[in-house]
Design a protein around this ligand. Structure first.
Ligand code: ADP
Length: 153
């Protein structure tokens, strides 16, 4: 059976922390779909279309990695894509508490779905999309926080 993982998130913007999680998860799966959730209540800086293009450019040389956007429940998107793995990154204990509730809820809604967590690489654990947005909005240099394809965008 093809092992398909969904990596859901806002990715506003996609950071080096997200990038590291994908690169490290790649050996475990046949396909990874980076899925931009469109129903987030967060105030977006980059449009979904721009985020899709930025991420596609970042992984242009990795055929295993696809990028899509979705609306509605993440579990419904997983069912639609026949994905049985949900990939998430963990930075802090706060992330863990939040992720635990989501993972248990998703498991209740879709019992065949396993959430797989990877710990953030220590050098990227301080990076949040929120901080990157603030730097960008104030015309700071984001090149130390995002993949080159994104800072060049
Ligand atoms: P969400 O809105 O779902 O939190 P994010 O785009 O902020 O979406 O994050 C998507 C996933 O990436 C989450 O699992 C989050 O924990 C993880 N993540 C966020 N920042 C980092 C980082 N610096 N290193 C590793 N994982 C991260």
């Amino acid at each position: 059976m093809t092992k398909i993982a969904i990596f859901p998130g806002s990715f506003d913007p996609f950071t080096l922390g997200h990038y590291d999680i994908i690169l490290r998860a790649m050996p475990f799966f046949d396909e990874i779909i980076i899925a931009i959730g469109e129903n987030s209540s967060k105030n977006a800086l980059f449009s979904v279309e721009k985020r899709l293009l930025m991420i596609e450019k970042t992984f242009a040389q990795y055929p295993k990695v696809k990028t899509e956007s979705y609306q509605g429940l993440t579990v419904d998107f997983c069912r639609q894509k026949k994905a049985h793995y949900l990939l998430r990154g963990l930075r802090t204990t706060a992330d863990f508490e939040y992720e635990r509730s989501i993972a248990h809820s998703n498991k209740t809604l879709f019992p065949e779905l396993e959430t797989v967590f990877l710990l953030t690489a220590p050098e990227y654990s301080f990076i949040t999309s929120t901080i990157v947005r603030e730097i960008y909005k104030n015309k700071g240099d984001i090149s130390g926080f995002v993949p080159k394809a994104i800072s060049d965008f």
